[in-house]
Design a protein around this ligand. Structure first.
Ligand code: ACM
Length: 754
């Protein structure tokens, strides 16, 4: 009793003491620092706090001072102060981006080797301060942080070719990137659908290439294609570009301009047809996808591109120029007498050799300007130019190959870095290109491919998120697609992978959302979204629910009504005794804080039975595992990237279902996805075998380019236990179609046995 009385008095005194000062914000820093130790006590920031930085750090010191004065309404002093924030250069610190931040009761000391390191220290300090303030003083938690990045390249890309974004938005984007310690902005400036950089020597790039006559409405997969009939376009003047480069440089962001070659060049060829191989007049592209236009490797074309580079290098101080190199269609080169003769006279192997010649020649020119090139992983085809850096986007294979050749690489694989993909499986998500890339998957990304050893891993400069804007027209939507995935990538590139923890990250992100609100960023929030999964234990089928983040209540219904805070509370998997629709959402007391998860489960004879496949689905499209084919749940009608659709690249399929005992079967149905623009083709045939005593060969008709191809076969009272479906892959993409010559994907979802 005595002890507890003593404790109560102690706590009373203690809490009285600390209540005099406002409570300091507990550190929730993103990206998570390399090391961080909390020290007891607070530093009090007030008008008697001096902010002092040496000459080399005057800009960073002003940046901090402006924030404290303007955002926090505290006018600090420059001398005779009670306490101080000191920014110092410390040449014993090794890494240019490293900083040491010590906050004790008397002072804040921020040491770094460079102004860039100081800027990152200031970003960390800002996250320890409130977003807004009305009091006379602010308490800051005492702590010590020693921080440095894991990767030297931490990038975000933006495609302004498909859609154009105004100067003010580009600045807003750069500003938030810098707050996350991202250090590179890859500005994709030229495309088939628009040329966006002013080149003074070639006025038609501004008059013609910067504008298209109209734009595709809806998704490329929607047939027939419809257009809006409205002229669209714009470009950045050199004056605006200089202003943006300066703005970025003030925030220690390097801008890498991308001038695409030899493909993705239709807009430039529309302005100057002589740059192409056919001389035909073409228009700036009005829809998405690949086009056959390609720069012709003539002396006049190289002269044009060299002139463009001359103006580009004057605008961008970056060490790198990105020359694209991706998806360059070779048809026009194959059909050109000039190109074929060039291949012979230069002793090149084929059109890939010609692409390599093209890129190497431009690389040499760019090198002569004191710059290096970056190219998409296609620049490996036919041989890499000396000192070229490879951006690996078609998976990590390009990165591995380039590293083996001792070239630097930047990882941007579609599977983890394409923020134009859907981030939720909810059907109500705004239209995206396809795919599925949730926040957790971005967070889990390790830029070092596991195939590389420690020595080879040194060639990995870092990683980058890409934002292609075919389906992103407005800056609001761009923010929705980018955030919070950019934030996850910032941590995946800055923080040592052994320190990463997704649960901890989510809690810091909830806190960080207040900062995004203050910056007026339209971020997506799927933190409390519901996921569901079929569970089969012996013959009983249940549906399990979970939220992306735990800690809030889930309510659900099974009668197709909308769940409310008075609907059943979820605690255990829900028994599925008959076909039914389950709807669920997360609630914070009575407030719904997620979208509604809705699933229709169809009870058929194969549900929960045994299934075997001869080939595993591709690792990017196997989210539901093979059981997803017989879990009673159909995939999305609009998206192949959800966890119900399984994708196989170029593989024939043999699927066997064991019903456990002989059952009467009256029909078999399934569905194939058929998005030819995404290289997905429904197969042409399917062979069904029952217990090795019955077999039926069926053809599948993909009528009218339908996105979904349904297959159904009826039987009369067949008794069967083992059902085998043989489904040969469609083959290669036909000439004239997007991705011609490549292997196709087979996407299949629920196999319904009735
Ligand atoms: C790319 O996504 N074509 C690099």
């Amino acid at each position: 009793m005595k002890l507890s009385l003593f404790l109560s008095i102690f706590l009373l005194i203690f809490s009285n003491c600390s209540s005099k000062n406002e409570k300091a914000i507990q550190p929730q820093i993103i990206p998570l620092p390399h090391s961080q130790n909390i020290i007891e006590g607070n530093f009090i920031l007030s008008k008697e706090t001096a902010i002092i930085g040496g000459y080399e750090l005057k800009d960073v010191t002003n940046y901090l001072n402006n924030f404290i004065t303007n955002d926090l309404n505290i006018k600090s002093t420059s001398k005779e102060a009670k306490n101080g924030i000191h920014l110092l250069i410390d040449t014993t610190i090794k890494n240019d981006e490293e900083y040491h931040l010590l906050i004790d009761k008397k002072k804040i000391l921020l040491k770094s080797k460079t102004a860039k390191g100081a800027f990152y220290g200031v970003q960390t300090l800002l996250q320890l301060l409130p977003i807004a303030n009305t009091s006379k003083s602010i308490s800051i938690q005492c702590l010590e942080i020693k921080d440095k990045p894991q990767f030297s390249y931490r990038g975000m890309h933006l495609d302004v070719g498909r859609h154009f974004f105004p100067v003010n938005f580009i600045k807003k984007y750069i500003d938030i990137l810098s707050r996350l310690k991202i250090n590179t902005f890859h500005w994709h400036l030229t495309e088939d659908q628009g040329w966006r950089i002013e080149i003074k020597k070639y006025p038609k790039l501004q008059e013609i290439a910067a504008y298209r006559n109209e734009t595709l409405i809806g998704h490329y997969n929607d047939q027939p294609h419809k257009f809006d009939g409205k002229k669209y376009g714009g470009y950045y003047s050199q004056k605006e570009i200089k202003e943006i480069v300066k703005y970025a440089s003030d925030r220690f962001i390097d801008i890498i301009p991308e001038i695409e070659m030899p493909g993705h060049s239709q807009a430039a060829i529309a302005a100057y047809p002589e740059l192409g191989c056919t001389g035909d007049s073409v228009k700036v592209a009005t829809k998405w996808g690949g086009f056959k236009e390609i720069y012709c490797p003539k002396e006049t074309t190289f002269a044009f591109l060299e002139d463009v580079i001359d103006e580009v290098v004057e605008l961008f101080p970056s060490k790198y120029i990105h020359i694209g190199g991706d998806e360059a269609p070779k048809t026009n080169w194959k059909n050109s007498k000039y190109c074929q003769e060039l291949i012979k006279s230069k002793n090149l192997k084929d059109e890939h050799g010609l692409q390599s010649y093209f890129i190497s020649r431009m690389a040499k020119y760019i090198n002569s300007k004191g710059k290096q090139i970056i190219g998409w992983d296609e620049i490996l085809e036919g041989g890499l130019a000396p000192n070229a850096t490879v951006m690996s986007w078609r998976g990590t294979k390009g990165a591995i190959e380039a590293v083996k050749q001792k070239h630097h690489v930047i990882l941007t694989p579609m599977s983890h870095c394409y923020f134009d993909y859907y981030q939720s499986e909810n059907e109500k998500e705004p239209l995206a290109i396809g795919g599925y890339l949730p926040l957790e998957k971005v967070y889990s990304f390790n830029p070092i491919p596991k195939e590389l050893n420690e020595e080879e891993a040194k060639y990995v400069l870092g990683a980058q998120g890409n934002i292609w804007t075919e389906y992103i027209k407005t800056s609001d939507k761009l923010e929705y697609m980018a955030f919070p995935r950019v934030i996850a990538l910032a941590e995946a590139t800055w923080t040592k992978s052994s320190l990463k923890n997704y649960t901890d990250f989510k809690h810091r992100l909830i806190h960080f959302q207040n900062r995004l609100d203050a910056l007026n960023i339209n971020y997506a929030n799927h933190l409390y979204e519901i996921n569901g999964k079929i569970l089969t234990v012996k013959d009983s089928i249940k549906y399990q629910l979970s939220a992306n983040t735990s800690g809030k209540q889930i309510h659900y219904t099974t009668d197709n009504s909308e769940p409310t805070s008075t609907s059943s509370i979820y605690s255990l998997p829900i028994p599925v005794n008959k076909s039914s629709t389950i709807k669920a959402a997360s609630f914070d007391n009575s407030k719904k804080i997620s979208t509604i998860h809705s699933v229709s489960i169809y009870k058929h004879k194969a549900l929960g039975k045994k299934i075997t496949l001869n080939n595993s689905p591709h690792k990017s499209y196997n989210a539901g595992g093979k059981e997803a084919l017989i879990n009673g749940i159909s995939g999305s009608n609009e998206r192949y990237g959800d966890k119900e659709w399984l994708g196989f690249w170029g593989k024939d399929l043999i699927i066997t279902i064991d019903l456990g005992s002989s059952l009467e079967v009256n029909s078999i149905s399934t569905r194939f996805y058929n998005a030819n623009g995404q290289w997905i083709y429904a197969p042409k045939k399917i062979e069904i075998t029952f217990d090795e005593n019955f077999s039926s060969k069926e053809t599948i008709n993909a009528f009218n380019n339908n996105l979904l191809v349904e297959f159904k076969k009826q039987f009369k009272n067949k008794k069967v236990r083992f059902i085998t479906l043989k489904i040969p892959n469609y083959g290669y993409i036909p000439e004239g179609k997007q991705g011609a010559g490549n292997k196709v994907w087979t996407f299949i979802d629920e196999i319904v046995i009735d």
